[in-house]
Write a protein that binds this ligand. Structure first.
Ligand code: DBV
Length: 248
C-alpha cells in the first residue's frame, strides 16, 4: 500500500531529476534505513525511517527523511541546502501525520530578512501562496523563535481531511518546488567576499537552529535511542557544520 507521503517524495525526485544535474549525496552508514518496533500487543508497529540524499551543481545537499509507522505515523521532512556561494533560500517541507492530525509546513526559507531579499525570493511566490492559503488556512500556534527563519510565503496549515493533503498540499508542494527549481536555474554565483561571509553565517545559523530545535528529536529518540538520533540529526539531517568548507 502506498503511504501518504510516498507520492510527494517521488514527485520531488522526478522534478529535480528532470531539471537539474543530480548526483548522489553520501548517506553515512546506518542512516540509510532504520527500523524499530514500538507499541505493545495490538498496537505493535514497526517504524522505519529511510533517507534520500542528492546534490546538484548549485545545491550542496538535497535530502529527505521519511518516517513510516502505519497510517497514524507518517512524516516526510524534505530540505534543500544551497551551495555557500549562492544567495538562494532553503527549500523546506515538513509534512507530518500523527494521531492528532496533519501538520504541514512548506516554505523557501530565507537567508536574510531584508526587503531586497523578500522582493527577489518571496515576491514571485505571493500569488501562489494566497491561492493555496484559500484552501490551506494558517495553522495557528507557531514557535515565536522560528519566525525569523520563515518567508512571507510560508504555508503553514493543519488540514482536517487527508484528502486535502493528497490534493491541495500535493499541488502546493509541487508548485513550490517548481518555483524553487526556477530560482536555482536563474541563480548566479556570488563572489563578493563580504556577501559570501554573510551567506555562510546565515547558513550556519539556520542549520544550527534546525539541529538544535528539531521537532522530531523526541519522536526519533523514543524509537531509535539518543545516540542514533543525535548522530542522524548532526551527521546527516543538518550536517553543514561537518562540511569540510566550514570546518576548514
Ligand atoms: N521535523 C524536522 C525533521 C523531522 C521533522 C528533520 C525527521 O525538522 C518532523 C523528521 N515536525 C516533525 C514532527 C513534528 C514536527 C512539527 C515529527 C511533530 C512534533 C510533535 O508534535 O511531537 C516546522 N514542524 C513541526 C512544528 C513546526 C514544524 C512549527 C510544530 C512544532 C511545535 O509546535 O513546536 N519546519 C519546522 C520548523 C522549522 C521547519 C520549526 C524551522 C525552521 O523548517
Amino acid at each position: 500500500m502506498t503511504t501518504i507521503y510516498e507520492p510527494f517524495l517521488a514527485k520531488a525526485i522526478a522534478l529535480l531529476e528532470g531539471s537539474l544535474d543530480l548526483s548522489p549525496y553520501p548517506i553515512p552508514a546506518g542512516f540509510d534505513s532504520k527500523s524499530a518496533v514500538t507499541g505493545k500487543g495490538k498496537r505493535e508497529t514497526t517504524v522505519t525511517t529511510t533517507s534520500y540524499g542528492a546534490k546538484a551543481p548549485k545545491l550542496r545537499q538535497i535530502r529527505a527523511a521519511h518516517v513510516q509507522g502505519g497510517a497514524a505515523l507518517q512524516v516526510l521532512n524534505f530540505v534543500i541546502f544551497p551551495e555557500l556561494n549562492y544567495d538562494l533560500p532553503f527549500f523546506g517541507a515538513d509534512l507530518v501525520t500523527l494521531p492528532g492530525g496533519h501538520l504541514i509546513a512548506i516554505d523557501m526559507q530565507p537567508l536574510f530578512q531584508t526587503e531586497e531579499y523578500q522582493a527577489k525570493y518571496s515576491g514571485p511566490l505571493m500569488e501562489m501562496f494566497h491561492r493555496y492559503q484559500a484552501d490551506l488556512p494558517w495553522g495557528g500556534d507557531f514557535p515565536e523563535e522560528a519566525q525569523a527563519f520563515f518567508s512571507p510565503a510560508f504555508l503553514w496549515t493543519r488540514p482536517a481531511e487527508t484528502e486535502a493533503v493528497e490534493t491541495y498540499v500535493f499541488d502546493a508542494f509541487s508548485d513550490y518546488l517548481k518555483a524553487y527549481i526556477a530560482f536555482v536555474q536563474a541563480a548566479e554565483p556570488v563572489s563578493d567576499l563580504e556577501q559570501l561571509s554573510a551567506i555562510r553565517a546565515a547558513q550556519l545559523r539556520y542549520a544550527r537552529y534546525r539541529a538544535e530545535k528539531d521537532p522530531a528529536r523526541g519522536m526519533l529518540t523514543r524509537f531509535y535511542g539518543p545516540e542514533w538520533t543525535e548522530a542522524y540529526i548532526h551527521g546527516f539531517l543538518f550536517d553543514l557544520e561537518k562540511d569540510a568548507r566550514i570546518t576548514a
